[in-house]
Write a protein that binds this ligand. Structure first.
Ligand code: NAP
Length: 284
């Protein structure tokens, strides 16, 4: 799978699997584990999770899915802001490791900014890195002003990603956050690439311009939405899918990305205009 380099020199795959809403319902667990394993078999080796998802339940699902194949997986998890002080980060990370039955996380993120001073969280991340419990660390839901502040702190130069809401109908980051990250070679992880909320997803996937592009290629609108993100420079895309058909379609979006033509891209710009001014970062 194509990858991007993190500032540390480690490689991150450009397509992954999200896990939000997994690990909440025991009767769904088998299907969730099977979906993640199918993704791994298809070569989608990045898995994105968080201690928040199912209050640890999603990390347990991940642990089961990656058992016996940890070395193939690029594992991302996140710490709650209320656990992001010196001791809290250490304890939260160790709990996540136990739930996922692994001894290291490839990329560990602050889920969003809370009340703990950033320098404290960064210090704790650096210590976890020295202990080998995480390989890289980063942030999520940080707008440019937060990134500027964090980057100037000790350890801030090691911030490996900003995971943010980004899809065809949420293009605000193209104004300044995405260019800033590109300039510094900090990959941006695009979450909710298909809009997880059903009404918002219907608005995105029902767009007539998107449908027209999908029709030309004989693929689904969701695949074009993912392929468009995969075309963006310096962007990692992490759709969540439990239905096996969705997992397969999402993997196939990787092959569609280079096939999108200038005409397709212009039509998508017409259907989903790029930002014309600065807007605050959109969040889930
Ligand atoms: P998403 O991946 O954009 O959308 C998920 C929804 O789309 C599910 O209902 C899924 O259905 C459906 N879907 C998946 N593939 C599809 C396809 N090919 N065609 C049609 N529908 C499809 O939304 P998300 O879960 O919010 O975002 C993805 C991941 O990003 C999360 O799971 C999480 O890991 C991460 N995330 C991070 C943050 C943050 O604050 N850092 C916030 C939100 C999300 P099925 O599951 O039924 O297949």
């Amino acid at each position: 799978m194509k990858g991007l380099l993190l500032p540390s020199g480690s490689r991150i795959p450009v397509l992954g699997q999200g896990t939000w809403n997994m690990g909440e319902d025991p009767s769904a667990r088998r299907g969730e584990v099977a979906a993640l394993r199918l993704g791994l078999e298809l070569g989608v080796t990045l898995i994105d999770t968080a201690e928040m998802y199912g209050e640890g339940g999603a990390e347990e699902v991940v642990g089961e899915a990656i058992a016996g194949r940890r070395d193939q997986v690029f594992l991302v998890s996140k710490v709650y802001p209320h656990n992001a002080d010196r001791r809290g980060v250490q304890a939260a990370c160790e709990r996540s490791l136990r739930r996922m039955k692994t001894d290291s996380i490839d990329l560990y993120l602050l889920h969003w900014r809370g009340n703990v001073p950033l320098e404290e969280t960064l210090e704790a991340f650096v210590r976890l890195r020295e202990q080998g419990k995480i390989r890289d660390f980063g942030v999520s839901n940080f707008d440019l002003d937060d990134m500027l502040e964090a980057a100037a702190l000790p350890g801030g130069e090691l911030i490996a990603t900003d995971q943010v809401l980004y899809n065809l109908s949420r293009r605000g980051i193209e104004w300044e956050l995405l260019p800033w990250c590109r300039e510094r070679r900090i990959p941006v992880m695009a979450y909710s690439p298909l809009e997880s909320n059903p009404n918002e997803q219907a608005g995105l996937l029902g767009n007539p311009q998107l449908a027209a592009v999908a029709g030309r290629h004989g693929v689904t609108p969701a695949q074009v939405a993912l392929a468009w993100l995969l075309r963006q420079e310096n962007v990692v895309v992490i759709p969540k899918a439990v239905r096996p058909q969705h997992v397969r379609e999402n993997r196939a979006a990787l092959d569609l990305a280079p096939a999108l033509s200038a005409e397709d891209l212009a039509q998508l710009d017409a259907g989903f205009p790029p930002p014309q001014r600065r807007r605050p970062l959109a969040m889930r």
